[in-house]
Design a protein around this ligand. Structure first.
Ligand code: GDP
Length: 300
């Protein structure tokens, strides 16, 4: 991940650092190359454009070019802008409400939504090697895909997290109601709702999500996106964030060879932080998202 972007930027910065003095034209030339490198990494066009404009303005506007180490300073400006683009702060889940806190997972089919639901539940519950000690209940509202509810039940067993018993034929909104009632009655701290995915964004999916959100009133609505889908991931995030009040994003398959564009664009297009990164198929392959660490990896 980020390897080719990192190589490209490394080349640009080596050339900048290699010179004692820098002119405005040098900076503008370098920033043109940065823009191309970002676009080749699948960063969304408006995001790449804004990034380059902002960095250029800072680099030529202040006393950077007259400083002793202008190249170094420009690289620092790029680093800070990258961290800001990635979301600056590390974001935790916001579960500080009267229990049960509801976390609703949304996304396309195959994005890794069900796996991620179980990963987060495991992390919160402390079950099977997880970290915290919350009492977590998971429920699948996916009545479209055969065996989706059973898949979550199996993951529940693996992670030692409770799942809502399956009632055949029940519809998503009714399952959500039953899940909330069960979570309240049985004293759960967190209820995780795994909603149905679709192959593409469509209105029926959005309407179903809205109906569930209306009755479940989630504290968190996390969009799960596959980082390997690059520019498509950005389009999916844009569509979802226009329709439901997302609170954060989880990027999956960060262990793959994604070029990084999804990670870099997500904050700008959704306005919401990336809260977790999926880094493998195993149920503990979930990491908090650390913008400064990622910026460091990109800049080498
Ligand atoms: P859903 O249709 O969105 O619920 O997707 P699933 O949770 O069923 O995941 C689809 C496939 O992606 C499964 O084989 C998962 O093991 C795999 N998967 C999910 N997250 C990750 C990840 O972060 N890295 C890798 N390598 N595979 C993942």
């Amino acid at each position: 991940m980020f390897d080719s972007l990192s190589d490209r930027l490394g080349g640009v910065f080596d050339r900048l650092r290699g010179r004692g003095a820098l002119t405005e034209a040098d900076v503008r030339g370098a920033m043109r190359e940065v823009r191309i490198a970002l676009l080749e990494a699948d960063v969304a066009l408006p995001v790449a454009r804004d990034f380059v404009e902002k960095v250029t303005e800072q680099a030529v506007g202040q006393n950077v070019l007259r400083s002793v180490t202008p190249g170094q300073q420009v690289v620092k400006i790029v680093n800070d802008a990258l961290v800001e683009m990635l979301g600056a702060d590390e974001s935790e889940l916001n579960l500080g409400v009267t229990p049960p806190a509801v976390v609703m997972m949304v996304g396309l089919q195959g994005s890794g939504k069900t796996t991620t639901t179980a990963k987060i539940a495991k992390r919160l519950s402390g079950g099977a090697g997880g970290r915290d000690r919350k009492k977590v209940l998971m429920a699948s509202l996916d009545v479209n895909r055969p065996n989706a509810q059973e898949q979550l039940a199996v993951l529940g067993e693996q992670t030692e997290v409770a799942t809502l018993p399956i009632v055949a034929g029940q519809q998503p909104v009714d399952i959500a109601r039953r899940a909330i009632q069960a979570a309240k009655l049985q004293g759960y701290d967190v209820l995780m709702l795994d909603t149905a995915g679709r192959l593409h964004v469509d209105q029926a999916l959005m309407d179903e999500m809205k109906a569930v959100a209306d009755i479940a009133k989630p504290q968190e609505i996390l969009l799960v996106v596959d980082s390997l889908t690059g520019q498509d991931a950005v389009n999916v995030a844009t569509s979802f964030s226009e329709q439901v009040p997302l609170t954060g994003v989880v990027l999956t398959r960060m262990d793959g060879d994604a070029r990084g564009g999804a990670a870099l664009s997500m904050r700008a297009v959704t306005g919401k932080p990336i809260k977790f990164a999926g880094t493998g198929e195993k149920l503990d392959a979930l990491e908090g998202f650390h913008p400064s660490r990622i910026a460091g990896r990109i800049l080498g």
